[in-house]
Design a protein around this ligand. Structure first.
Ligand SMILES: Nc1ncnc2c1ncn2[C@@H]1O[C@H](COP(=O)(O)OP(=O)(O)O)[C@@H](O)[C@H]1O
Ligand SMILES: [Mg+2]
Length: 343
């Protein structure tokens, strides 16, 4: 498989760089539909950052997180013992490379886990970040797929404690930049209406590519005009889907049709198994879907049960900031239309 070079995102990179060039004041939520390129963008920005930034990047996607302890463990990276042990914060900071988890040693870890108090973990991170600053670097904390801790509790919901901690790092102490990425529209919706976050965060949408970006992307891989049209008609601007077509040798049109057929089948499974269980809900769901027969997107006022159902099934993406509802991708839009036309 050939490797695909990072494409474009000039506007988003500029926005992130503007944020990084000023004093930390707000938490930045990076959101967008599934597979739109959020993680890829973050990785690219990190690679390009000058060494004066110390990035602590934690992706919770692959982590098993059922308890507070699981979460805390996923944040830290144990100092690997070899050579002289690093005992002080200063020594731990000296080993920080441009990007890593949060370094810790055995003694500090005992303190962090003591009494299961988030306060301990957070005060350790603050001390460490202050040390990073003293060493002349700007700490940047990035948590990818944060919605995974939505249900984790320590006394109350952990997420609540965490938001207060992020506010402390940004608005109060101006100590670290904080970025949170998620594909989960229901999570963003709950953040958007969260009182403690009002005026303490900003939102950065990382969306699928637009058509001219897609054309430029495919030009790099010598797509013919017909092949570009087929790709746009099937994948729209979803990077992951375009990469799949780029890597397809030979019959790209056949591949595009196959992707559509598979997605149509999956959506049929979701809606018709619902019809068997709950006819009222099925009718409401079909009502939402039928809006996409002629429109690419619609507006919504609140997340009703039927919208929530479709969002949970990753068929629809709800953009809480712009109050827009649309299929997760162009492939989903076409699959929805195909399902509706079969009715
Ligand atoms: N800017 C880009 N240039 C090239 N490929 C990209 C780009 N953004 C995303 N991709 C491709 O799409 C895949 C999914 O992107 P990812 O960042 O994991 O999505 P998200 O984090 O939004 O769910 C990546 O693994 C990569 O193959
Ligand atoms: Mg991601």
């Amino acid at each position: 498989m050939r490797s695909i070079a990072f494409h474009n995102r000039e506007k988003e990179i500029k926005e992130v760089m503007n944020i990084l060039n000023t004093e930390p004041t707000l938490i930045t939520f990076i959101y967008g539909p599934m597979n739109s390129g959020k993680t890829e963008l973050i990785g690219h920005v990190i690679e390009e950052l000058p060494n004066e930034y110390a990035v602590f990047y934690i992706n919770l996607r692959t982590k098993f997180l059922s308890s507070y302890d699981d979460f805390i463990e996923s944040l830290f990276e144990m100092e690997i013992e070899g050579g002289r042990r690093k005992e002080t914060l200063k020594e731990l900071v000296s080993s920080v490379t441009k990007v890593a988890g949060i370094p810790i040693n055995r003694e500090f870890l005992d303190y962090v886990f003591k009494d299961k108090k988030p306060k301990n973990a957070f005060s350790y991170i603050i001390k460490l970040f202050e040390e990073v600053k003293d060493a002349g670097k700007q700490p940047v904390l990035i948590l990818d797929e944060l919605q995974k801790i939505r249900d984790v509790k320590v006394n109350g919901p952990l997420i609540y404690e965490l938001f207060n901690f992020f506010i402390d790092l940004t608005k109060e102490k101006h100590l670290a930049h904080v970025f949170v990425a998620t594909s989960d529209s229901l999570f963003i919706e709950s953040i958007y209406s969260e009182a403690i976050l009002q005026e303490r965060c900003r939102y950065l949408l990382v969306d699928d590519f637009d058509k001219s970006t897609v054309i430029h992307f495919l030009d790099k891989y010598k797509f013919s005009d017909t092949a570009k049209e087929v790709a746009w008609n099937c994948c729209g601007g979803k990077p992951v889907c375009l990469v799949e077509l780029i890597n397809t040798k030979g019959n790209r049109k056949g591949k595009a049709e196959e992707l559509l057929k598979i997605r149509k089948g999956q959506i049929e499974e979701v809606v018709y198994s619902l019809e068997a269980k709950d006819k009222t809900m099925f009718d409401a769901v079909m009502g939402v879907l039928s809006e996409f027969l002629v429109n690419d997107k619609t507006h919504y006022k609140y997340l009703s049960d039927e919208i929530t159902f479709l969002v949970r099934k990753n068929i629809i993406f709800a953009d809480s900031v712009n109050k827009e509802l649309r299929p997760q991708s162009r492939l989903n839009l076409l699959a929805i239309r195909a399902v509706l036309k079969n009715v």
